[in-house]
Write a protein that binds this ligand. Structure first.
Ligand code: FAD
Ligand code: NAI
Length: 468
């Protein structure tokens, strides 16, 4: 049996690896167990990082093909070298995952390769792909086993023609027609990648809207922008069958409420209908770690499961399935185990859709405030009235700030526009400090920046924006 550890973490995604580093920094003796050959979990290997590499490269391709001319740059029609673009993605992944190896070494974290399962409340059994199982003795366990793609009943994902996000990040050629099932974050980001590279993109969504949960005004305008980019939307529609033919696919759809169906022919279908918690092989039943009706590990407010020295964080528990949420929970648990008061403010977790333009959101939407009966005011400012946006041909979109009608405290911020994912953070910081729209409006912003639109939206919550 190996040495006794203060903490053993199962899974080295953003939840697990960040928890390990923070705990080691705070003086704990830490072990991690990972079944994948590389660290970083879904995020670094098959999620955030490779998708952003492809989003960036395809955006540059699109820019070069469409916008350079207006800026006075004449070039020949850009040619796609998909192999090189995919190699850029793979190199980006490698650079990030090997970075975690370095951080584990630097922080003297013991790494075990294999499937980690709970042998008892103080033992984790590691079963490697080859060789004998090992038992780790540990005072505490953190489960950070993440999530996996959800699938449609009866559909066989082969990762070549019918793909999850994983296959959609490695297609060998640009599809002629890509059908995306699910108008959520993955569908719209990866649909954008292949759309920019030349595919016709059709999105089939069960609900009557795209990006459920996000501010309606933002998503309505965003849907119009995507239509202009060539996206075809079939809302309130469900997929009933996907038939593989010689070369292509026949996707059978019908209205969500029932009725006459139609068949869409395509060569690739991406199923992006959400993700499910991953708990296979963990041995939760051995010690009685409880899960909820959706298969998520149940935790109290301090990430403790039904077994007092076993904790869980990230996608495998309740809450948004986001890398930064998992990371913050990892830090919080490490701090709790070190006797500090770790916590996460779930009211201020930004969400970003990395399309072009981007959508970024933090705090409450107008719909949520209406439902909760909160009196609020709205300040909005369009990028079409922002000098820097005009100079960059990035005038699409707007900033919207919602603030308490009486106290002026900012309750939410929603941005659709170029670089929204960077701009959202000043609203997040303001909200962390309980700031008001006036606080933001009175903060000097450098000119000319896109961020001035954030300040003007805050001004619009008060006496009015200057440039509108
Ligand atoms: P994971 O990252 O899923 O890591 C869990 C790890 O545990 C895995 O490495 C797995 O192999 C390992 N594991 C599981 N069971 C065992 C076991 N029994 N033994 C040993 N190891 C085990 N989020 C964002 O915030 N921004 C984005 O831009 C973004 N883009 C995304 C794009 C895509 C295509 C996808 C699919 C997801 C994206 N996400 C994004 C979501 C993000 O990847 C997840 O929220 C995040 O990875 C969750 O972190 P985690 O540590 O909880 O789990
Ligand atoms: P999602 O939950 O964002 O969207 C799924 C969509 O599919 C929803 O619009 C839903 O109504 C629809 N849907 C569900 N069942 C359907 C059906 N049978 N037919 C048609 N439509 C159906 O899930 P997605 O896009 O798969 O992403 C999974 C997770 O990964 C998300 O929770 C997200 O937070 C995370 N992620 C985050 C990113 C980011 O932060 N930029 C990028 C990619 C993923």
């Amino acid at each position: 049996m190996a040495d006794k550890f203060d903490l053993t973490i199962i899974g080295t995604g953003p939840g697990g690896y960040v928890c390990a580093i923070r705990a080691a920094q705070l003086g704990l003796k830490v072990a991690v167990v990972e079944k994948r050959a590389t660290h970083g979990g879904t995020c670094l290997n098959i999620g955030c990082i490779p998708s952003k590499a492809m989003l960036h490269a395809s955006e540059m391709f699109e820019e070069a093909g469409h916008n350079f001319k207006a800026l006075g740059i004449d070039i020949a029609k850009p040619q796609l070298n998909l192999d090189r673009m995919l190699a850029h993605k793979d190199k980006t992944v490698e650079a990030n995952t090997t970075g975690i190896d370095y951080l584990f070494k630097k922080n003297k974290i013991s790494v075990f390769s294999g499937i980690g399962s709970i042998g008892s409340a103080n033992q984790v059994i590691v079963t490697p792909e080859n060789g004998d199982a090992q038992t780790i003795a540990t005072a505490n366990i953190v489960i950070a086993s993440g999530s996996d793609s959800a699938n449609l009943a009866g559909i066989d994902i082969d990762e070549k023609r019918i793909v999850s996000s994983t296959g959609a990040l490695s297609l060998e050629k640009v599809p002629e027609h890509l059908v995306v099932v699910g108008a959520g974050v993955i569908g719209l980001e990866l649909g954008s990648v292949w759309g920019r590279l030349g595919a016709k993109v059709s999105v089939v969504e069960f609900l009557d809207r795209i990006l459920p949960g996000m501010d309606m005004e933002v998503t309505r305008q965003f849907q119009r922008m995507l239509k202009k980019q060539g996206f075809d939307f079939k809302l309130e529609t469900k997929v009933t069958e996907i038939e593989k033919t010689g070369k292509g696919l026949k996707v059978k759809v019908e209205p969500a409420a029932g009725g006459d169906g139609e068949t869409i022919e395509c060569d690739v279908t991406l199923v992006a209908i959400g993700r499910v918690p991953y708990t296979q092989g963990l041995g939760l039943e051995v010690v009685g770690v409880e899960t909820d009706a959706r298969g998520r590990i149940k935790t109290d407010g301090a990430y403790q499961t039904s077994v007092s020295n076993i904790y869980a964080i990230g996608d495998v528990i309740e809450g948004p399935m986001l890398a930064h949420k998992a990371e913050d929970e990892g830090v919080a648990v490490a701090e709790i185990l070190a006797g500090q008061a770790g916590h996460v403010n779930y009211g201020v977790i930004p969400g970003v859709v990395y399309t072009n333009p981007e959508i970024a959101t933090v705090g409450k939407t107008e719909e949520e405030l209406k439902d909760a009966g909160v009196e609020y005011k709205v300040g909005k400012f369009p990028f079409s009235a922002n000098g820097r946006a005009k100079a960059m041909l990035a005038t699409e979109g707007f900033v919207k700030i919602v603030a308490d009608a009486k106290t002026d405290r900012v309750l939410g911020g929603h941005i659709v526009g170029r670089g929204a994912g960077e701009m959202i953070h000043e609203i997040a910081v303001l909200m962390e400090f309980g700031g008001s729209a006036e606080d933001l409006a009175r903060t000097c912003h450098a000119h000319p920046t896109m961020s001035e639109a954030v300040r003007e939206a805050a001004m619009a919550c008060g006496d009015g924006a200057i440039h509108m």
